[in-house]
Design a protein around this ligand. Structure first.
Ligand code: F6R
Length: 255
C-alpha cells in the first residue's frame, strides 16, 4: 500500500486528479469504479475542469458506481445516480451506454446484483477503483462485519452511516436504511485502487485500515490484501498513523 499524505484536501484532490489524468491519457478503453460523496466531489470538480480544458477525454471510459440507496429512483435528488449526473456525468463526454449504476428500485435485487457483476466482467473488469472511506471503515456500503469475500448485494446501513449521510437529506427519517453495494470481494478484483480520505473524522478508520489487522470490523482493511492500492489523504486524516516517516521515505525512493 502506498500512502501519500498531503497537507490539505486540495492537495489530495490535485494528486488524485493527476493520477486519473495519467491513467486516462492514451488509454483506449478504461473502466473506472466510482464512489459518491463529499471527499470524491473535489476530484470530480477537477475532472470536469480537466475535460473543459481539453485535458481529459471520457469517450472511451466506462464507469461503474459502487452503490445506491434502496428505494430511490435515479431522478430522486438524493440518489447517488442523481448526484453523479449533476457533478460528473452530465458535465463530461461519457457515453450514456458506458455509465453503469446499481438501481435502487430493481424488482429482483439478487438478479440485478448478479447482472451488475456480469457487466463488470464483460468489459474486462475495473481498471481503477476510486474509493472513499466511511468513519466506520466502510468502503462502498460494506459496513463493519461485512464479509471480506462479499459480492454485490443489498445491505443494511449502520446508524453511523445513516447519521453521516443525513446531511444530504431533508431529515434523518428520510435517509434510506438499506442500499445496494458492490461487495468487498468485488472491489478487491479491481486491477488498481485509489482511496481518498480527508478530515480528522476519518483518522481512526484510516489508521485501522492501513495499520490495523485485516478484519471485517474495518472492511477497508481488506485492501491490505490487494497488490496495488494508493491511499492519498490529508494530514488531518493521517493524524493517527504511526509509520508516516516510513511512508514518506517510500515516496522519496519512488521519485
Ligand atoms: C459512496 C461510498 C462511500 C463513501 C464514504 C465516504 O458511494 O462508496 O463509501 O465513499 O462513505 O463518504 P464521504 O466522502 O461523503 O465522507
Amino acid at each position: 500500500m502506498l500512502v501519500i499524505i498531503h497537507s490539505d484536501e486540495n492537495g489530495v484532490a490535485d494528486y488524485a486528479y493527476e493520477f486519473v489524468r495519467r491513467k486516462l491519457e492514451g488509454s483506449k478503453n478504461f473502466v473506472m469504479g466510482l464512489a459518491s460523496g463529499g471527499t470524491i466531489l473535489r476530484l470530480f470538480r477537477k475532472m470536469v475542469d480537466g475535460f473543459a480544458g481539453g485535458e481529459l477525454d471520457f469517450s472511451n471510459v466506462h464507469t461503474f458506481n459502487l452503490d445506491e440507496y434502496v428505494g430511490l429512483k435515479p431522478d430522486h435528488p438524493q440518489s447517488y445516480a442523481y448526484f453523479m449526473g449533476v457533478h460528473l456525468f452530465g458535465l463530461v463526454n461519457l457515453k450514456e451506454e458506458n455509465i453503469h449504476f446499481l438501481s435502487g428500485v430493481a424488482e429482483s435485487v439478487e438478479g440485478h446484483c448478479h447482472h451488475y457483476e456480469k457487466q463488470i466482467k464483460e468489459v474486462g473488469g475495473i481498471d481503477l477503483q476510486i474509493l472513499g472511506i466511511g468513519r466506520n471503515g466502510h468502503i462502498g456500503f460494506n459496513e463493519p462485519t461485512s464479509s471480506l469475500a462479499s459480492r454485490t448485494r443489498m445491505v443494511t446501513l449502520t446508524q453511523d452511516t445513516i447519521l453521516d449521510n443525513q446531511r444530504f437529506f431533508p431529515g434523518n427519517e428520510d435517509v434510506p436504511r438499506r442500499a445496494l453495494t458492490m461487495g468487498v470481494g468485488t472491489i478487491l478484483e479491481a486491477k488498481e485502487v485509489l482511496l481518498l480520505a480527508t478530515g480528522p473524522e476519518k483518522s481512526q478508520a484510516l489508521a485501522a485500515m492501513i495499520e490495523g489487522p485485516v478484519t471485517a470490523t474495518c472492511p477497508a482493511s481488506a485492501l491490505q490484501m490487494h497488490p496495488s492500492v494508493t491511499v492519498v489523504c490529508d494530514e488531518a486524516a493521517a493524524q493517527r498513523l504511526i509509520f508516516t516517516e516510513y511512508y514518506d521515505k517510500v515516496i522519496d525512493n519512488e521519485k
